[in-house]
Design a protein around this ligand. Structure first.
Ligand SMILES: Nc1ncnc2c1ncn2[C@@H]1O[C@H](COP(=O)(O)OP(=O)(O)OP(=O)(O)O)[C@@H](O)[C@H]1O
Ligand SMILES: [Mg+2]
Length: 250
């Protein structure tokens, strides 16, 4: 892959649910070493965009390229195998299982032994400043701690592209600082971070991220509302998300 080529690019992507276009003609580039914020109000299409990248949804039209090749993930497992990890807006942990057993769920048996996994989890959690007890049960953890589990579950796979869907919405101010530190480390290590945020939450975030990463590394894409146009009943108040590049640099 040439250094000029983005890690991931989306071109003219449209995603419909029935007759409703949640994303319409979306193009954007995500580069290695970048923290890329996807900004938008409720229902603007942020999760849909994240889910397309992670292979949960398939676009109806348009194309994606990843690591200099056409990218059409058959599902999340395919995206994971290709180095893309995601923390969903709504967590997917099993409450009555431990942290380590949740991390092992869905992994091939025997590839990662439970004790080794626990050791690796602890090491990563400490390295990233996200204290975690691998043997704690999920149901005993706070929302912020559960998010840490989701993050470490992704980090253990050493992804090239890390997608976080509205991670700050559930966090306390101190926890947001720890999360932003993780974002900074991920980008500094040459990986890319895509982060969906509501506009109002993002104000402080952009300034903080910009301070750390310097000009050129922080890119923002705004998800804008646009009336859905012909064929839709205006009385339904349905909107089409139109995403455009807002700016780049600090
Ligand atoms: N599976 C689905 N079926 C039908 N409509 C959907 C589906 N998923 C999303 N939508 C619709 O697509 C639009 C975009 O939803 P999406 O969840 O991507 O928005 P969002 O920006 O993540 O919102 P929020 O800030 O509330 O998380 C919304 O109008 C939503 O109702
Ligand atoms: Mg969402």
């Amino acid at each position: 892959m040439s250094s000029a080529e983005p890690l991931l690019s989306l071109r003219a992507i449209t995603k419909r649910f029935g007759s409703f276009a949640a994303l319409s003609d979306v193009s954007l580039d995500i580069r290695a070493g970048e923290i890329h914020c996807i900004l938008g109000e409720n229902g603007a299409g942020k999760s849909t965009l994240c889910n397309l990248i992670f292979g949960v949804h398939r676009p109806d039209s348009g194309a994606m390229r990843y690591r200099a090749a056409a990218f059409q993930p058959s599902g999340p497992a395919d995206s994971l195998a290709q180095g893309i990890a995601m923390v969903h807006q709504h967590f997917s942990l099993v409450p009555d299982m431990t942290v380590v057993d949740n991390v092992l769920l869905g992994r091939e048996r025997g590839v990662l032994k439970r004790k080794d996994c626990a050791t690796q989890l602890k090491r990563l959690a400490d390295e990233y400043g996200l204290p975690l007890d691998p043997y704690a049960r999920i149901e005993d953890l706070s929302v912020g701690e559960r998010q840490r589990v989701e993050i470490v579950k992704c980090l253990i796979r050493d992804p090239s592209l890390f997608v976080l869907d509205e991670p700050t919405a559930v966090l306390l101010p101190d926890e947001i600082s720890a999360l932003l530190d993780v974002c900074r480390r991920v980008a500094a290590s040459g990986r890319a971070m895509v982060q969906a945020c509501r506009d109002q939450e993002n104000r402080g975030l952009r300034h903080r991220v910009a301070r750390w990463t310097g000009r050129g590394d922080v890119c923002n894409t705004r998800v804008r509302y646009r009336p859905s146009g012909a064929g839709h009943d205006p009385g339904q108040h349905r909107y089409t998300g139109q995403i455009r590049r807002l700016d780049s640099g600090a």
